[in-house]
Every structure is written in structure tokens, then in C-alpha cells.
Design a protein around this ligand. Structure first.
Ligand code: ADP
Length: 497
């Protein structure tokens, strides 16, 4: 009988389930959105039951009509850092999930910085102190939800990020894969275990933490009688990774120097740096990419706050385009930006600048500047920012970047990807199958349940839709990149503080 893998892709705004066949093709897919809660400015929450029920329903729909026994294994990938605490005995969450975007613990993070914990935290966890990561979210729930700390100290409370919550619902196991664990700010990425001293400093009891596990092994078997998933009872849940690491794996970036970028609302660049963690000097973070078959691969990661959102700005606020795809039509009408540079520092600048006081700028405007130039400059500023990240990674890792594999909504733009190849002077490779995040989880699960035998077999499943090669003269693109750097300098430290 044909065998399939079910990937559960639990994202920030929707839960998806995709069934992959042995050829790595999509056999079935379902998706459910779920509510976002914003109880105060800057706070973001999800109901943990919405997360589980939307994922469960999507899975039930995706496997409807499949023969019993067709699913050989299940892989999970998820929005990272989002924090859930629940009662070990009743399963009842003690509070909503605090979502990665939530800034409620920013002040606590400032205190940790003042206490001088930056170095201690970066050297062990690979992360910079920030409210993104789970640690201060856990601490907030323990400190602010009545009775939870006492119950936690009695061993009655469990913590999990989203993969932990889903695997617990599916199988009853309380585990976290090491890629997700390395986004908590409590995990020692060198020794692959919880950092007890750090947990102590943050007053987080060890008893609530899940057991760290590899990314491709059996965590448990689906329980009997889960509504809609009855036919999956006994199927192993046998692969998991945080969404970005999963996409790196799904893009088959298996060797050091291979990188992927997701061109979404923001951009997420990850680079495989090999078997040892890298200490970033440029404000990037280092996480476990995956642990497969006993060997660990690390990844450097950087993100751009405003990528595709700059295209949305051009559409929604400036009214220069009616739809996102139209940006390509305008940009194609001109050969260059005519010297215009857009710096989309709407919310400040992240890596490698880390300037919260920068604001957006459009520079180099002349009397001849038109909307086509501006459209082209918007695409170019996305490519510039990803170039910044990749340059920083090259410096940090001390290794050359061989290829950039791409995905995400804006990666359909040929003009953008050609600009990227010209700036980086490497090939930029867009896959035919764009569900790379879900495929990563499927690949991890398929490896451990024997559907695929090794990484080579998985890499062979990936097909390119297009490979963009550097075409322009390097001196020209270098000059443009220098102009970008000057423009960033002008936009920097803009608002008064
Ligand atoms: P996210 O998952 O972050 O919400 P997506 O991966 O769906 O984002 O990507 C959405 C982004 O893709 C939008 O910001 C939009 O501007 C951009 N986009 C969509 N279609 C195109 C296109 N044809 N050309 C360029 N950009 C596009």
C-alpha cells in the first residue's frame, strides 16, 4: 500500500495539515484560521484549545478519504516561542498561550539586561535577551496567574511551546524537540539540555519543563478516540521542528553554508553553520537547526522586520499599486531605480543595525522619479536587507554561502530574486513545491519511520522551479549596495530619544 506522511503546520494565524506522498508531493491539504486576542496594546494571545482544535480539524479534513493505515507517521512544525502552561492532571490551560509577538515582558527583559545577563544568556542559549523568547513569558504566567507558581512547585503544572502542546494532545508525551527548545532562552545549545542555573535565576521550576528530544524520532503514538482522528490511533508522531528550522530542513539545506530565506511579511534568513554553534558578533542568534540520528546541526538566524510588508505599504498607504503582484509590472518598466533608495525602517531596524530609533526614508528622489522607480526601489530594499543578513552570517560563520534557497509570498517575484542573486553573487533557488515548512516536518517524520532512508533521498525530492544566477557586473551592484548603506545611515537614529 502507498504510504504517506501527515505534516501538522501550526502557524500564528492558521493551522494547516498537509499529506505528502513518498515522492514529496502534496496529496491533500486543509487549513483553518483561528482567533487572535489582543487584550492590551502590544499583548498577543491565543486560546490553546483553538490551536489544538483548529489543527485537529485541519488534520481530520486532510486525511478524510485516505485508507486506514495509509499514514506512516506524523510530523509537527509550529509557530515558535509561543508559551502554554497547563494542569498536568486535568489538561486545562492555566492561561491563554502568550504568543511570540507579545511584548508584555519587554520591561522584565530590560531588567535582565541591567543585571548584566546578556553574556551569560548568549553564551549558553545562543539568543539575545528579548521578550520574543519563551522564558520571560513563562515567568509572567507564574508571577501573574494566581496560584500557578504554588501548583508548579508541587509538580502539577506543565509548560510547552506549541509542538509540545500538540504532541501532548496527540500522544500524552511531554517532550520538546531541540530546535524549539533552543528558542526558549532556557536551553543550553551546547550540551542540549535545560540550563538549570538559568532556570533558577529566572525562577522557573525545572519540573514544568518538557523532556528535550531529537527532531526525528518517535515521541509517542496517537491516542485512541481523538475526534476526527480515530483512524490515526497508533500512528507514530515521529518528527518535529520549529517553523524556521523546519523550512531550512525542508529546503534541504543539509550542509554548512547553505541558507534559506523566507520572503513573507518579514524576512527570515537561516543558514546551516554545521556541527558547532557559532557566536554572532552582528546581533544574529544561533539555534539548534536539528538533531537527526544523533548528530546536531546548528543554524544562524536573522530577521528583517519589514520585507513584503513594504509592498503592502506601497499598496495600502501609498496607493501606488492595487495588488502585490502589480509591483512587478511597474518595476519591469524601468531598468533601474534611477538612484532612489527606500529604507523601510517603519519600526526601526533589526540585525545587523539594531537601531530602534531609525525610521523609514526614501532618498535620492529627483524631478524625474516616478512610481515605477519607487516600485523597483521597494523590491530592491527587500533584497538589500537580506543581503545585510547574509553578509553578517558570512562574517560570523567564517564560511562561504553556497546557495540561497527561497520561499514565502514575495519569492514569486522574479525581479526580486534576480536582484538578490546579483547582490549576493550566488545562485538563488526557488523550489517547485513551496510548502517547505510543512515538508521539513514531514521529512523529519518520514526519516524516522523509514519512509525515506537518508538525507540524500530527501534532497533528491526537492525540485527547483527557477534558479537565478548573478548576471550584472559586480561593480554596479556593489555601488548600489554602498548607496543602500549610506541611505541606512541617513535613516538611522532619526526619532528623538
Ligand atoms: P506571511 O506568512 O508572513 O503572512 P507570506 O509568505 O504569505 O507572508 O507573504 C506575503 C507577502 O508576499 C506580502 O507581504 C506580499 O506583499 C508579498 N507578495 C504576494 N504576492 C506577491 C507578488 N506577486 N510579488 C511580490 N510580492 C508578493
Amino acid at each position: 500500500m502507498d504510504q504517506f506522511i501527515l505534516a501538522l503546520d501550526q502557524g500564528t494565524t492558521s493551522s494547516r495539515a498537509i499529506v505528502f506522498d513518498k515522492g514529496g508531493n502534496i496529496a491533500a491539504m486543509a487549513q483553518h484560521d483561528f482567533p487572535q486576542h489582543y487584550p492590551r496594546p502590544g499583548w498577543v494571545e491565543h486560546d490553546p484549545y483553538d490551536i489544538w482544535n483548529s489543527e485537529r480539524t485541519a488534520a481530520a479534513e486532510a486525511i478524510a478519504g485516505m485508507a486506514p493505515g495509509a499514514i506512516a507517521g506524523i510530523g509537527v512544525t509550529n509557530q515558535r516561542e509561543t508559551t502554554i502552561l497547563w494542569d498536568k492532571n486535568t489538561g486545562e490551560p492555566v492561561y491563554n498561550a502568550i504568543v511570540w509577538q507579545c511584548r508584555r515582558t519587554a520591561e522584565l527583559c530590560e531588567e535582565l539586561k541591567k543585571e548584566g545577563l546578556d553574556e551569560r544568556i548568549q553564551s549558553t542559549t545562543g539568543l539575545l535577551i528579548d521578550a520574543y523568547f519563551s522564558a520571560t513569558k513563562i515567568r509572567w504566567i507564574l508571577d501573574n496567574v494566581p496560584g500557578v507558581r504554588q501548583r508548579a512547585e508541587k509538580g502539577e503544572i506543565l509548560f510547552g511551546t506549541v509542538e509540545t502542546w500538540l504532541i501532548w494532545q496527540l500522544t500524552g508525551a511531554h517532550v520538546t524537540d531541540v530546535s524549539n527548545a533552543s528558542r526558549t532562552m532556557l536551553f543550553d545549545i551546547h550540551r542540549l539540555c535545560w540550563d538549570d542555573e538559568l532556570c533558577g535565576m529566572l525562577r522557573i521550576p525545572h519540573s514544568i519543563l518538557p523532556r528535550p528530544v531529537g527532531n526525528s524520532e518517535i515521541y509517542g503514538y496517537v491516542k485512541e478516540g481523538i475526534p476526527g482522528l480515530e483512524s490515526l490511533a497508533g500512528v507514530p508522531v515521529c518528527g518535529a521542528a520549529g517553523d524556521q528550522q523546519s523550512a531550512l530542513f525542508g529546503q534541504a539545506c543539509f550542509t554548512a553554508g547553505q541558507a534559506k530565506n523566507t520572503y513573507g511579511t518579514g524576512c527570515f534568513t537561516l543558514m546551516n553553520v554545521g556541527a558547532a554553534p557559532v557566536r554572532s558578533r552582528a546581533g544574529l542568534v544561533c539555534s539548534v537547526g536539528w538533531q537527526v540520528g544523533g548528530s546536531t546541526t546548528y543554524a544562524l538566524e536573522g530577521s528583517v522586520f519589514n520585507g513584503g510588508s513594504t509592498i503592502q505599504w506601497l499598496r495600502d498607504e501609498m496607493g501606488i499599486i492595487d495588488s502585490a503582484p502589480q509591483i512587478n509590472d511597474l518595476a519591469a518598466k524601468v531598468a533601474d531605480t534611477n538612484g532612489v533608495v527606500v529604507v523601510p525602517a517603519f519600526t526601526g531596524l533589526g540585525a545587523p543595525y539594531w537601531d530602534m530609533y531609525a525610521r523609514g526614508a526614501v532618498l535620492g528622489i529627483t524631478r524625474g522619479t516616478n512610481r515605477n522607480h519607487l516600485a523597483r526601489a521597494v523590491l530592491q530594499c527587500i533584497a538589500f536587507q537580506v543581503t545585510d543578513l547574509m553578509m553578517a552570517m558570512r562574517m560570523d560563520a567564517g564560511c562561504d554561502i553556497s546557495t540561497l534557497k527561497v520561499d514565502g509570498g514575495a519569492s514569486v517575484s522574479d525581479i526580486l530574486l534576480q536582484m538578490q542573486a546579483d547582490l549576493l553573487r550566488i545562485n538563488v533557488d526557488r523550489p517547485a513545491m513551496v510548502e517547505t515548512t510543512a515538508f521539513g516536518a514531514a521529512a523529519l517524520a518520514g526519516l524516522s519511520c523509514g519512509l525515506w532512508k537518508d538525507l540524500d533521498e530527501i534532497a533528491a525530492l526537492r525540485r527547483s522551479d527557477a534558479v537565478f544566477q548573478p548576471r550584472r557586473v559586480q561593480a554596479d551592484t556593489d555601488a548600489e549596495y554602498r548607496l543602500w548603506k549610506r541611505a541606512v545611515g541617513r535613516a538611522g537614529d532619526w526619532i528623538e530619544h
